[in-house]
Design a protein around this ligand. Structure first.
Ligand code: Y12
Ligand code: CO
Length: 176
């Protein structure tokens, strides 16, 4: 089932998510719905709060390195109750978010991270991430903390964003 995506400036995106304690069939159906929703909307990462569930769940499916950039379901990561255990260096990447449509901006994050998390069955897992995967995980963990990538912009860039976003929303409403 495709779920509606909550978009900025909806206040629901500010809610801090809570840990998952039951790894049951309902969670599995929800994870499947999140995947369907992310693929349908051309996303590579999605947090549960973006579909209005304030639980510590995120999924990531990076595109392959080939020209088509196809997303293999075999590479899908389902990350539940994540904790960053270490971080190293800094890097800048132009990010986008399904909850902030049509806006992309450079954001500084850790270059490498290590996380521990649960899989859909409640097994404890760990992962070392770098490059795009590291950025995607940090972006999605921010969502679990009620934080959007636009909140990491400088004051000037944030102001520019608010102006552009308001103009786009007005255009959408009036059909111009
Ligand atoms: C690097 C940086 C950020 C992430 C987080 C995950 N972000 C996304 O998955 C963004 C998806 C996205 C998709 C769009 O396409 C459509 O909506 C059809 C899009 O385009 C428009 O809004 C028009 C923008 C963002 C992972 C890795
Ligand atoms: Co996002």
């Amino acid at each position: 089932m495709i779920l509606p995506i909550v978009t900025y400036p909806d206040k629901r995106l500010k809610v801090v998510s809570t840990p998952v304690s039951e790894f049951n069939a309902e969670l599995h159906t929800f994870l499947d719905d999140m995947y369907e929703t992310m693929i349908q909307t051309n996303g590579i990462g999605l947090a549960a709060i973006q579909v209005d569930r304030a639980i510590d769940v995120l999924i990531i499916n990076l595109p392959n390195d080939d020209e088509e950039g196809t997303q293999d379901k075999a590479n899908l990561l389902e990350i539940i109750n994540p904790t960053i255990t270490y971080s190293e260096g800094t890097t800048v990447y132009q990010e986008g978010c399904l909850s902030v449509p049509k806006f992309y901006e450079d954001v500084e994050r850790f270059e490498k991270i290590g996380i521990t998390y649960h899989d859909r069955h409640g097994n404890e897992c760990s992962l070392d991430a770098e490059e795009l995967l590291s950025i995607a995980i940090q972006h999605e963990i921010d969502h679990l903390d009620g934080k959007l990538f636009i909140e990491r912009l400088s004051y000037g860039r944030r102001k520019k964003f608010e102006k552009e976003y308001k103009r786009m929303q007005k255009e959408k409403k009036t059909g111009k």
